[in-house]
Design a protein around this ligand. Structure first.
Ligand code: 1CP
Length: 355
């Protein structure tokens, strides 16, 4: 394997010294980039991009080619590959988001769900990881990812996106045993899926718990965090002679950072609702932090973006343990020039904190 030419992302996750604060953007390959829209048109649709390792590799590389400041690549795929491999039939209605042909609603549905085998059932993802690693040739580390069991369960039970998670929460409170069985199967599936990605070449992994912050404090512990803790304890933590850092991102999880920091991961992703300096005081002795600029700041002018980057860097303060990112994914309407201004500002303004 080629040695990494830029490893400041991995170093910051392990709180080792860096020259500048590393940066990447959630959803950095996506619809805000004209080159992504062209690739998607060529492939036909979104799932064809994901399922063809050459296309997945092409779109993963697009933001890196455009922005030399990016310190990490993220596998181009989706969290919903797991429910698809469990037989739910994922499809995307143009402009409507994800949908499933088969929805999970009863205990019998859950009992019938298979645990996907990463090689046999999700081989296209493993192939994408190894293809991207080869293409990266040590340029920056590659991040693998999965959804959290709770976040995946919401899509599986609702049949797609939801505003209120009506069916999923009714199942949680009416039939907690069924929900636990579903989450347990998902935790097993996610563990072997992420381990498969690590063996195929992912150098760090992130678990996206996009909807965990929608639970009550008690339900979050029991139905989301417990399963992420289980996954973390089953992950391969060292590969190719290097640590493989694990990042947990619970959107709207700011109230629970202390308990998330105890789940065994190396780093926590923060959305923009918490102050990163305060988060560092609370959990910075245990974990590194990733985040946390409001993605809508990218609609403002480059000077305002730069000021906000400066404010977040100052709030975190000196020393390693911070990976700069947005607090959630970049949105399709953002001007790519503004994303560039954001990335440049992180490197330019952060050197002073690493002397
Ligand atoms: O081209 C298109 O129209 C599809 C848009 C799109 C893209 C670019 C979807 C559909 N997924 C993706 C890629 C994707 N999804 C990545 C790629 C890597 C990168 O960051 O560049 C990642 C990490 C995801 C993860 C993902 N998918 C999450 C968790 C992160 C988050 O944003 O909260 C979730 C919730 C999904 C589900 C999903 N897939 C696609 C959409 C539009 C959604 C969200 C639907 C909803 O809001 O409920």
């Amino acid at each position: 394997m080629t040695a990494l030419k830029n490893d400041r992302f991995l170093r910051a996750l392990l709180k080792q010294p860096v020259d500048v604060t590393p940066v990447w953007m959630m959803r950095q390959a996506g619809r805000y980039l004209p080159e992504y829209r062209a690739s998607r048109a060529k492939a036909g649709d979104f799932m064809s991009l994901c399922m063809n390792p050459q296309f997945a590799c092409e779109v993963t590389m697009q933001p890196l080619d455009r922005y030399p400041q990016l310190d990490a690549a993220i596998l181009f795929s989706d969290i919903l590959t797991i429910p698809d491999a469990m037989g739910q039939g994922l499809y995307f209605e143009t402009g409507e988001g994800p949908r499933f042909k088969k929805v999970i609603s009863t205990l019998a549905d859950i009992e019938a769900l298979p645990i996907p085998d990463p090689q046999k059932d999700l081989g296209y993802v493993m192939d994408a990881v190894s293809t991207i690693r080869r293409e990266l040739n040590g340029r920056v580390p590659l991040i693998g990812f999965s959804g959290s069991p709770w976040t995946l369960a919401t899509y599986m039970v609702e049949g797609g996106s939801s505003k209120d998670f009506r069916k999923t929460k009714a199942m949680l409170y009416d039939n907690p045993q069924a929900m636990h069985l579903l989450l347990d199967k998902l935790a097993q599936s996610v563990t072997s899926y992420l381990n498969g990605q690590i063996l195929a070449g992912a150098q760090a992994v992130q678990i996206f718990d996009t909807w965990g912050g929608n639970l009550s404090a008690a339900a979050y512990q029991e139905f989301s965090l417990a399963y992420m803790r289980k996954i973390v304890s089953g992950l391969i933590r060292e590969h190719e002679g290097r640590k493989v850092p694990v990042i947990l991102f619970t959107k709207n999880g700011g109230l629970w950072l202390e308990s998330i920091a105890d789940a065994g991961a190396d780093a926590l992703g923060l959305d923009w609702t918490c102050d990163i300096g305060n988060a560092r005081e609370r959990v910075g002795h245990k974990v590194a932090l990733q985040g946390n600029m409001d993605p809508t700041v990218l609609y403002a002018k480059p000077e305002a973006i730069r000021a906000e980057v400066g404010r977040i860097l100052a709030s975190y303060g000196s020393g390693s343990g911070h990976v700069f990112n947005l607090g959630h994914g970049i949105t399709p309407e953002v001007d790519p020039e503004h994303a560039g201004a954001f990335l440049r500002a992180v490197h330019e303004l952060s050197a002073q904190y690493h002397v």
